[in-house]
Design a protein around this ligand. Structure first.
Ligand code: TA6
Length: 274
């Protein structure tokens, strides 16, 4: 089990369904833990994570909205200094609905954002977390403003050097070199820093590490991001301890295209096979 001692003052909701459980933080609207069976933690949470001083929680499933990474110039016309990955990671969300029956346990959280630099109205974003024999996370926004979204999931892995993410498109944008790349396989492996954006990936992706396998089903996405900071980058990240990079990979379900009129509706479902 992950230790929450360092986040003991964080307002959280715990979901239970049979032997499965999940923990969701109201700060960030962020799933922090998913245990499908006794003692098997699917998600990774940094032992140095904090939620004070406007810091996003490092780990679990952060919600990046309404931009991913630094804000695109269309989302930041005044060239203001804006936080990486949007504004809702450091906001307090409200619990708006809860439901429990013999098929699932579900909660709905919402956050209303005012004063985006390119949009004058207030906008509400809704997160639905459904725990059954899987963990399903839905993010939705009825407003048709320009927006990107990513579920920036951190997965707990037993052995980084034996971890594979597949299948992925061969073509990707490599954020480490800033170049567009054509790989030779449909698998991502981790032998140095990895920070890649894969466009138009499959709906089903697997993370295989030693004897564990997590199946990610995704909908409403147009990109998958795969990230591990490796040793050097980790040293510059305050809320990561030196060797923490060996314990996680991020595999993120995202909608990054701004030229779409479709309402925002993104889903990531996690199925663990341990
Ligand atoms: O999704 C990968 C990424 O955009 C990386 O470039 C890396 O910076 C990471 O997210 C973490 O960002 P954060 O703002 O949480 O430190």
């Amino acid at each position: 089990q992950i230790g929450f001692n360092h986040l003991c003052d964080l307002p959280c909701i715990k979901l239970q369904f049979g032997n499965a459980s999940a923990v969701i933080s109201l700060y960030g609207g962020q799933v922090l833990s998913y245990v499908p069976k006794a003692e098997e933690e699917v998600l990774w949470l940094s032992p140095k994570a904090t939620w004070h001083n406007n810091t996003p929680i490092r780990g679990g499933v952060p919600v990046c909205w309404p931009w991913f990474g630094p804000a695109d110039s269309r989302l930041n016309p005044m060239q203001m200094s804006l936080p990486n990955h949007g504004v809702v990671r450091t906001m307090l969300w409200q619990l708006t609905e809860q439901r429990c029956n013999n098929k699932y346990t579900r909660v709905v959280l919402a956050v209303t954002v005012n004063g985006l630099p390119y949009h004058s109205d207030s906008v509400t974003l809704q997160l639905t977390v459904t725990l059954s024999d899987t963990l399903s996370i839905d993010i939705a926004c009825a407003d048709k403003l320009l927006q990107q979204v990513a579920l920036h999931s951190y997965f707990n892995i037993p052995k980084l050097e034996q971890t594979l993410v597949q299948p992925l498109p061969q073509h990707y944008l490599d954020k480490v070199s800033g170049k567009s790349m054509m790989g030779t396989t449909t698998t991502a492996e981790f032998t140095s820093e990895v920070d890649r954006i894969y466009q138009q990936p499959a709906d089903d992706i697997h993370i295989i590490s030693a004897n564990t396998r997590v199946h990610i089903k995704q909908h409403g996405h147009d990109a998958t991001i795969v990230w591990n900071p490796w040793q050097d980058k980790s040293r510059h990240i305050n809320d990561l301890a030196d060797n923490n990079y060996l314990e996680f990979v991020c595999v993120e379900t995202a909608r990054l295209q701004l030229d779409t009129a479709a309402p925002l509706q993104l889903n990531q479902t996690l199925i663990a096979d341990y």
